[in-house]
Ligand binder design. Structure first.
Ligand code: CTP
Length: 387
């Protein structure tokens, strides 16, 4: 129907980008990006005469989003040549034809279009050997300044390479390394980098991409002085395998693991750059001190018990909890999770106010000690009636 609307108002209409790539790869993709050779807003308004949709215009990018009631969204853009006023900032746009529009895109695999107008419905537009690259499994930029104009493409290249098991083409890889070394990632706002990192984390196998970022020197430009050793990799593996919906933002846990040996000053600059919570350095400090304690006990050959967890960890903030969990092996992680559940469920019946009102104790440290003892006894199986 998009093509019919295009015909009605005399606009060439294409579906482009990731949707076309995934269609050719036989992968599901519900992100529909439309490019029209004409006014995107007018196209969307005309489309809206036939369906119950809401259109939201983003004037500066010459795009309009069409929202359906069922949640489906279609983005319509005016074919454009992007020109960047200075590298690494968002582009200005001007009208252009579909070929130029496709040429300004990140990689050849994302630079194909399919025509939707009635007379040529289904025609694949492949100006730059894109389909061949897709078949060969190659990530290739289309023009030399691609990474300069948008350094977030450095992270996108790695994400697509790892997602599809492709390889970054040799010349593209050279350019990527060159601009990483010339600090082009540092020119991008922390928020945009964080968005890209979060997309990498959402991939089915984020560790592959993290390793690749390390290998290409990218990681050190995102998180200077990050530590990638065997312990880092095993913590990341455990975290990503166990990650559940209850996990706090995974980007915090990733950064905590990578930066666990960093100095407070370095952590402060990371907090500023990425807009992390102010508590971030404190989380690392606490998580590391608990992990060291637990490590000592493990190294001595002692079993981690509920008592030990209660005495060292107590009830940590979620960020610290997930860090410690990643630090523990399978068996101890299970124990730790059981401990946390039990701590939540098995609260002593006797409370501080009962101790004050019924037993005549005075507020203060003594009461806390008694409550702690009771809590620990509960964890270790004290029945209610013995309290
Ligand atoms: N694009 C680009 N440069 C970027 C981001 C996007 O050229 N830095 C273009 C690409 O043509 C891409 C399209 O915009 O295909 C849509 O971008 P996006 O939705 O971010 O990515 P997809 O390619 O759809 O990938 P994903 O499957 O991860 O959503």
């Amino acid at each position: 129907f998009l093509g019919i609307v295009g015909n009605q108002i005399g606009m060439a209409t294409y579906v482009v980008g990731g949707f076309v790539r995934d269609l050719l790869l036989g992968r599901k993709n519900y992100d529909i990006d439309i490019v029209v050779e004409g006014d995107a807003r007018y196209f969307a308004q005309t489309f809206g005469r036939y369906f119950e949709v809401t259109c939201v215009e983003h004037k500066e990018f010459l795009t309009t989003s069409i929202f359906f009631k069922n949640g489906l969204r279609i983005d319509v853009a005016t074919a454009r040549t992007e020109y960047y006023e200075e590298p690494a900032v968002l582009p200005n746009v001007e009208m252009s034809t579909i070929k130029k529009d496709l040429y300004r895109r990140d990689f050849s695999i994302n630079a194909m279009a399919i025509k939707l107008n009635q007379e040529e419905f289904g025609l694949l537009l492949d100006f730059f050997g894109c389909k061949r690259d897709l078949e060969k499994g190659v990530i290739r930029t289309l023009y030399p300044l691609s990474f300069v104009e948008d350094p977030t493409r450095i992270l996108r290249a790695i994400r697509f390479e790892q997602r599809f098991n492709f390889r970054i083409e040799e010349h593209t890889l050279e350019l990527l390394k060159k601009y990483v070394a010339q600090n082009y990632l540092e020119r991008v706002t922390g928020q945009r980098l964080r968005d890209e990192l979060e997309k990498i984390i959402e991939e089915p196998e984020p560790i592959k991409a993290i390793k690749r970022m390390d290998e290409l020197g990218v990681l050190n430009h995102l998180f200077p002085h990050s530590l990638v050793d065997a312990e880092t990799l095993s913590m990341l593996k455990r975290y990503f395998n166990r990650k559940r919906s209850s996990s706090p933002k995974p980007v915090y846990i990733l950064a905590m693991i990578l930066l666990r040996e960093s100095s407070p000053e370095k952590l402060d600059s990371i907090v500023k750059r990425y807009g992390f919570p102010k508590k971030f350095p404190d989380w690392i400090r606490k998580a590391m001190s608990i992990s060291r304690e637990l490590k000592k006990i493990i190294v001595k050959g002692e079993q981690l018990s509920y008592r030990i967890f209660f005495e060292t960890v107590r009830k940590p903030e979620p960020e610290i909890l997930w860090f410690i969990d990643a630090f523990l092996d399978e068996e101890n992680s299970k124990k730790f999770q059981n401990y946390l559940q039990k701590l939540e469920k098995e609260k002593p019946k006797i409370t501080g106010s009962i101790l004050i009102d019924k037993f005549g104790l005075k507020e203060g440290k003594e009461i806390k000690k008694i409550l702690d003892k009771l809590q620990l006894a509960k964890l270790e199986g004290l029945p209610d009636d013995e309290e």
